[in-house]
Ligand binder design. Structure first.
Ligand code: SIN
Length: 487
């Protein structure tokens, strides 16, 4: 494909670009128009096993390399990603649908994890612990966990790979990546750049498949795999946790969310409107940290809503590669049907349709930016991760009440609130049961801060100085020292 130089049609195992053993393929289509981009291998259990064995073989050499050596290779990979950012962003938009500007932002965000962990590789210090016995010395060293399975989602097909593979490689682990079925092309392109950067065969493997359950089972149960890092839905995360339990693998789970966004009566309303807009409609609402429930204080409700409705109505829907597009298509027909069903059901339960509420006329997979008001916690929509361009609006008039309602969910990934009162900022930040809190800010993602949830939103943290720890084991060395002669 002329315009998409990084399109690859083979999977990557043990440094080889290969087809599926039985030649089966999986079609990758552009969600903006349903056009076939290419086909990639539809691999099964035998290829998954081969990838694990290759990663284990490569681990024997990779884990012994110096942190500096690994850091230099990661830096070379980072530079190649940045150099190819435009091509990667076009590829990302073409297979995933998000507007080019967001896709470009994701590539740079994705690259930042490789750069960050190249730096962190050199700082995985151990300890010297003051001994409890006269003839002993105590030390700790940190060692790579081993072979890692990285199961990554379609909504961030570059950044969710780098957020896992960056720290894994920095720590001295090797990886088998299983990208989402809808978006395998970015994963392959990233592996190609890793190969060009000089990352050795078997250190990164990419298994593409249309059979995630089959392949996932091998990758989450194989005894040679020592860690599973998964980003995706809570039900699948629970299933993976059960699979990983039999061989007691280390796990990192970045699962679903039901983010509240609270606008208090002392908020800067213009900033709150902008924050809610970006946090809700980024990637057409398809992120785990997207606002899912918008709570507006009664005293500012009318003012806020007037500005918010105007801003949402202005959002431009279209092909992500077209100039000025702000909202692209949803990932597939199932996603559109799910969003539409939730909206129709909420309206039938008494929600008020303020804006949108239908599949858009731009194409089958586009959903109109939608606002539903008068939503209550009795409605199903209040408890579902929407993953679409739909704002559900709730009212409140009491701080304690809104915190209780915001926390009344099994999820605990991200929450947002707008207020200018310092005491309230501390109180509310401490009371919200979430792993990430945006305070007067609608975008919270960065490589330098820890990303992750509590409750059924998962375990482990990605990015930041904590992100590499999930890929390291601490080993305690107890050294007996001959005490004679005594000085
Ligand atoms: C996600 O939706 O899982 C990731 C969002 C982000 O990193 O900003």
């Amino acid at each position: 494909m002329e315009d998409l130089p990084l399109v690859l049609s083979h999977a990557y195992i043990n440094g080889q670009w290969i087809a599926a053993d039985n030649g089966a393929t999986l079609s990758v289509v552009n969600p903006a128009n349903g056009v076939l981009i290419t086909e990639v291998p539809d691999m099964g259990t035998s290829e998954a096993q081969a990838a694990v064995v290759a990663a284990d073989k490569a681990l024997q050499g990779w884990r012994k390399t110096t942190a500096k050596h690994r850091a230099n290779l990661l830096k070379a990979w980072f530079e190649l990603i940045v150099e190819h950012a435009d091509a990667l962003a076009k590829l990302l938009t073409t297979e995933q649908g998000k507007p080019y500007k967001e896709a470009y932002g994701e590539v740079i965000y994705g690259a930042s994890f490789i750069e960050w962990f190249a730096e962190e590789a050199k700082r995985t210090y151990g300890d010297h612990i003051p001994a409890a016995m006269p003839g002993n010395r105590y030390l700790t060293i940190k060692q790579p966990v081993g072979v890692v399975t990285a199961i990554t989602p379609w909504n961030f097909p570059v950044a969710m790979i780098t957020r896992k593979v960056g720290p894994a490689l920095a720590a001295g682990c090797t990886v088998v990546v299983k990208p989402g079925e809808d978006t395998p092309l970015c994963a392959l392109a990233m592996a190609k750049l890793a190969e060009q950067a000089g990352i050795p065969a078997g250190v990164i493997n990419v298994v593409t498949t249309a059979r995630p359950a089959e392949v996932g089972e091998v990758l989450c149960t194989h005894p040679l795999v020592r860690k599973v890092s998964f980003t995706g839905s809570t039900p699948v995360g629970k299933h993976i946790l059960r699979q990983a339990a039999d061989t007691v693998k280390k796990v990192s789970m970045e699962l679903g969310g039901n983010a509240p966004f609270i606008v208090f009566d002392d908020a800067d309303l213009d900033k709150a409107v902008q924050g809610a807009l970006i946090s809700k409609y980024r990637n057409a609402g398809q992120t785990c940290v997207c606002t899912n429930r918008l709570y507006i204080h009664d005293a500012v409700y009318d003012q806020f809503m007037a500005r918010y409705i105007e801003a949402v109505a202005d959002l431009k829907l279209g092909d992500g590669l077209a100039e000025g597009t702000e909202i692209g298509p949803l990932i597939n027909a199932r996603a559109v049907a799910k969003v539409d069903t939730l909206v129709v059901e909420a309206i039938s339960q008494g929600a008020n349709l303020v804006l949108g509420g239908q599949i858009a006329d731009v194409g089958e997979q586009y959903y109109q930016p939608t606002i539903l008001s008068d939503v209550t916690e009795q409605m199903n929509i209040a408890h579902q991760e929407l993953f679409g361009p739909v704002t559900t609006v709730f009212r409140f008039n009491d701080e304690e009440d809104v915190i209780r309602r915001a926390n009344d969910t099994p999820y605990g990934l991200a929450a947002y609130f707008y207020s200018r009162d310092n005491s309230r900022i501390w109180r509310v930040s401490e009371a919200l049961e979430y792993g990430i809190i945006g305070i007067n800010e609608g975008i919270i993602s960065t490589e330098v801060a820890p990303f992750g949830g509590v409750k059924e939103s998962g375990c482990g943290r990605e990015g930041s100085k904590y992100g590499i720890e999930d890929y390291l084991e601490i080993k305690y060395l107890c050294l007996g020292v001959d005490q004679s002669p005594q000085y």
